[in-house]
Design a protein around this ligand. Structure first.
Ligand code: SF4
Length: 334
């Protein structure tokens, strides 16, 4: 049996977990390719115009899976992975949105509700009971699959914290390649470090973000993202704030942003946000307003389904140059 996973939304954070889990319980895992113009166009046609760009992209990936020969489509309903915090309502309503939009999807859709106490979505196992009931899988097999998936996901997180991008960390954790193959340059020689603040589904979608992560790396910039930071550090960063944002991943970005502001090793922040994101309008404003207080350059890159690449290249080159000049001035004591 083939189960399709859209390469979109939380794919960049949970794919190592999902792939391991599904293979352990006997599925063949099929994913969509990385986002293309064709996938976005499908998503735009299949969505209501006012929805945010990442959801349009997700819908494009789901439509692509529907055209592929898969038996099931995995579209979980993420509710909460942190006490007192919730997912953005679009995540919570995702399966309903799909059911409502595509009449032929119901029989293929597998949508467990993910409600857990931490990022480790292997617990509680009751979130995955649906697989025992629907596919006649024993509790023992289900539990051992969850434990194996959890181990792989912990490895993935460990590689992220070492500084590998989420896509690299997933490849290494899944055994598709080794750390050496990614051949990281000696990071201490990099002149500029930028905190790249954005949801994994924006930063690591090379089409949505126009591959900003790799563009910066090609310019010799050391890039730091929220998932490279330890969880307890993010939590500590949030504790010092008078108010948080309530939405799990927005809070992670907020915490990372303020951590980057206070980290002397980070020279500036780039916030990648997609058109139509409500939480990001607040998050971006907070970071922008406070950039002066921390005396760190801040730039917003807002992307939509039509954004052009040349424009982005010029902006990030100018931003990095400005940081280099600023650092030079400080060195000279000007
Ligand atoms: S957080 Fe923003 S970008 Fe993400 S699903 Fe919600 S509205 Fe869309």
């Amino acid at each position: 049996m083939k189960i399709g996973i859209p390469q979109s939304l939380l794919y960049a954070y949970y794919y190592p977990f999902w792939k391991t889990y599904f293979e352990e319980i006997g599925f063949e895992v099929v994913t969509t390719p990385m986002t293309t113009k064709g996938i976005i166009d499908k998503g735009v046609k299949g969505s209501v115009p006012e929805i945010c760009v990442p959801i349009k992209v997700y819908i494009g990936h789901v439509l692509t899976l529907l055209e592929q020969d898969v038996d099931y489509i995995f579209a979980p309903r993420f509710v909460s992975i942190e006490k007192g915090q919730f997912f953005c309502p679009k995540f919570m309503g995702l399966p309903d949105m799909l059911r409502h939009s595509f009449k032929n999807i119901e029989e293929k859709l597998i949508s467990p509700t993910i409600q857990s106490h931490s990022d480790n979505i292997a617990v509680p196992s009751k979130n995955y009971k649906i697989f025992e009931e629907k596919f006649n899988i024993s509790s023992k097999l289900n539990q051992s699959a969850l434990e194996k998936a959890e181990k792989v996901w912990f490895k993935f997180r460990e590689y992220s914290r070492k500084g590998y991008s989420a896509l690299e960390a997933a490849d290494i954790a899944l055994g598709n390649c080794t750390e050496e193959e990614y051949n990281h340059e000696p990071k201490e020689n990099m002149e500029v470090t930028i905190g790249l603040v954005g949801y994994v589904y924006n930063i690591y979608d090379t089409f949505i973000s126009m591959d900003i992560y790799n563009r910066l790396k090609e310019m010799g910039v050391k890039v730091r993202t929220f998932e490279m930071l330890p969880e307890d550090l993010l939590k500590a960063s949030l504790k010092n704030m008078p108010k948080t944002m309530f939405w799990t991943f927005s809070d992670k970005l907020l915490a990372a942003g303020y951590h980057f502001y206070q980290d002397d090793q980070v020279d500036g922040l780039v916030h990648v946000t997609a058109f139509g994101c409500g939480p990001d309008s607040m998050l971006g404003k907070l970071l922008e307003v406070d950039s002066e207080e921390y005396n760190k350059p801040f730039m917003t890159v807002r992307v939509d389904e039509h954004t052009g690449e040349n424009h982005l290249q010029t902006r990030i080159e100018a931003f990095v140059d400005m940081i280099k000049r600023k650092k030079m001035k400080v060195k000279r004591g000007a």
